[in-house]
Design a protein around this ligand. Structure first.
Ligand SMILES: NC(=O)c1ccc[n+]([C@@H]2O[C@H](COP(=O)([O-])OP(=O)(O)OC[C@H]3O[C@@H](n4cnc5c(N)ncnc54)[C@H](OP(=O)(O)O)[C@@H]3O)[C@@H](O)[C@H]2O)c1
Length: 79
C-alpha cells in the first residue's frame, strides 16, 4: 500500500497484455482500485480475479477505445 495512491480509482485501457497489464498489477498493489477496459474481456477478467484474490479492487468493462459510447461507459463506470 502507498498512502498517496490508496483509495484512488484509475482507468487502464490496454490492460489485457503488456504495459497495461503490468501497470494494473503494480497500481493495485499500491492500493489503487483499477478499472480495466479492453476488447479481450477473457484476459482482463482473469487479471481482475487475480487482483481481487490478492486483496485488491478491480472492475472490468468491455471497451473498444475507437467507440465513443464504450469509452463513455468505461469512464462512467469508474466514476
Ligand atoms: N512494450 C514496450 O516496451 C513499449 C515501448 C514503447 C512504446 N510501446 C507502445 O506502447 C503501446 C502498448 O505496448 P504493449 O507492449 O503493452 O502492447 P500490447 O501488449 O500489444 O498491448 C496492447 C493493449 O492495447 C489494447 N488495445 C489495442 N487496441 C485496442 C482498442 N481498440 N480498444 C481497447 N484496447 C485496445 C489491447 O487489448 P485488446 O486487444 O484486448 O483490446 C492490449 O491490452 C504500444 O502502442 C507500443 O507500441 C511499447
Amino acid at each position: 500500500m502507498n498512502k498517496h495512491m490508496e483509495g484512488k480509482v484509475i482507468v487502464i485501457t490496454g490492460a489485457s497484455s503488456g504495459m497495461g497489464e503490468a501497470a494494473a498489477k503494480h497500481l493495485s498493489q499500491l492500493g489503487v482500485a483499477v478499472v480495466l477496459g479492453t476488447r479481450r474481456t477473457d484476459r482482463i477478467e482473469k487479471l481482475a480475479n487475480e487482483i481481487q484474490e490478492s486483496g485488491g479492487k478491480a472492475l472490468t468493462i468491455a471497451t473498444d477505445v475507437t467507440q465513443r459510447d464504450q469509452v463513455k461507459k468505461l469512464v462512467d463506470s469508474a466514476c
